[in-house]
Design a protein around this ligand. Structure first.
Ligand SMILES: [Zn+2]
Length: 325
């Protein structure tokens, strides 16, 4: 797995739960569906195993199991030859009293003891639980390509088509347009545009991942814009671009220093539009607001951000205060 992908997965595995009590079940259900296996050990008795290459994910599952079902489990580490020095972690949940109820509730088995392929609607009734389900899906079967590469790509791997359909539907309820594909015996659900990927990452609490992605998006956007401007010798546009570049730098620093959330909602909104549209002039930026605001209001907000930054970051405020357009 790529480095960026691992970083995002580790960040998510450490993330706090900020949803409702059912969110834990939704997340567990997704993990069990995607990397769990049911073993029949007797009449109406079964154990469950979960495999993962990430110790962080396995530790998270142990915590989730304990807090929601008081189920006991045990971690084993295996060396996997084909992956070189990699380890594989095996989590065994032996047959025990509460396991049957858990297996039904998490939609792994139907009450008739048949394997449930799809996603049980009961688990994902609330938006917070939908996001938690996707978090589990990413932890168990998700990966994301390094945003420095030419194309953006985030995928979830499902073992059957019904589950993949369910993931696509779930994502559509959260305004994410996912595509589906097939690779050998695997069913893929994937996102290709950076905006959806950033949204997906923030839904699953991968905030550092979002910041990294945004940074690279800005740099790529600027590079494209600079290329476009080469043939268009407008000094004014270049000035706009370099001012915007300084503003973008400043906003990114506020994010890095965890100061961004201290800006008012209006300022955050304007700042995030500037991040997404580093090439836009003040007038264009004003029109991008929903509802649109005036050019002087945008200028005012950018100055406010500058003053705020000046207060908290060394000599960083200059960039925005000098804005005279
Ligand atoms: Zn919830």
């Amino acid at each position: 797995m790529e480095r960026f992908s691992q970083q995002v997965r580790d960040e998510v595995a450490r993330a706090e739960w900020n949803g409702c009590t059912d969110c834990i079940k939704a997340e567990l259900a997704a993990i069990l569906h995607m990397s769990g296996c049911i073993h029949i050990v007797g009449k109406e008795k079964w154990s469950i195993s979960i495999t993962s290459e990430s110790a962080g994910v396995v530790r998270r599952v142990v915590r989730l199991l304990k807090s929601s079902y008081q189920v006991v489990s045990e971690i084993r580490v295996e060396q996997v030859e084909r992956l070189g020095k990699h380890h594989r972690y095996l989590l065994m949940i032996p047959a025990q009293e509460k396991l049957a109820e858990m297996t039904y509730e998490l939609g792994m088995l139907t009450r008739e003891n048949r394997i449930e392929n799809g996603i049980s609607p009961d688990l994902v009734r609330k938006p917070c639980c939908r996001a938690s389900f996707l978090r589990g899906a990413f932890l168990a079967g998700g990966s994301i390509s390094d945003p420095q590469k030419t194309t953006y790509h985030l995928e979830l791997v499902a073992s059957n088509e019904e589950f993949a359909d369910g993931l696509v539907y779930l994502m559509s309820l959260l305004n994410l347009k996912a595509k589906q594909g097939k690779r050998k015996e695997q069913y893929l659900v994937y996102l290709k545009d950076s905006e959806s990927i950033a949204r997906f990452l923030s839904l699953i609490n991968a905030y550092q991942g979002v910041i990294k992605l945004e940074e690279i998006r800005v740099i790529k956007g600027l590079r494209g814009e600079v290329n476009r401007l080469v043939n268009c010798e407008t000094a004014n546009l270049e000035k706009t671009l370099s001012t915007a570049w300084r503003q973008v730098e400043l906003i990114r620093r506020l994010m890095k220093e965890n100061l961004f959330s201290q800006l008012s909602a209006n300022l955050q909104y304007t700042a995030s539009l500037r991040l997404e549209h580093p090439e836009a002039s003040l007038k264009e930026l004003a029109e991008l607001h929903q509802p649109p605001i005036s050019k002087s209001a945008v200028n005012h907000r950018l100055r406010e951000i500058g003053r705020f930054a000046e207060k908290f970051l060394d000599d960083a405020g200059d960039a925005l205060i000098k804005e005279k357009e």
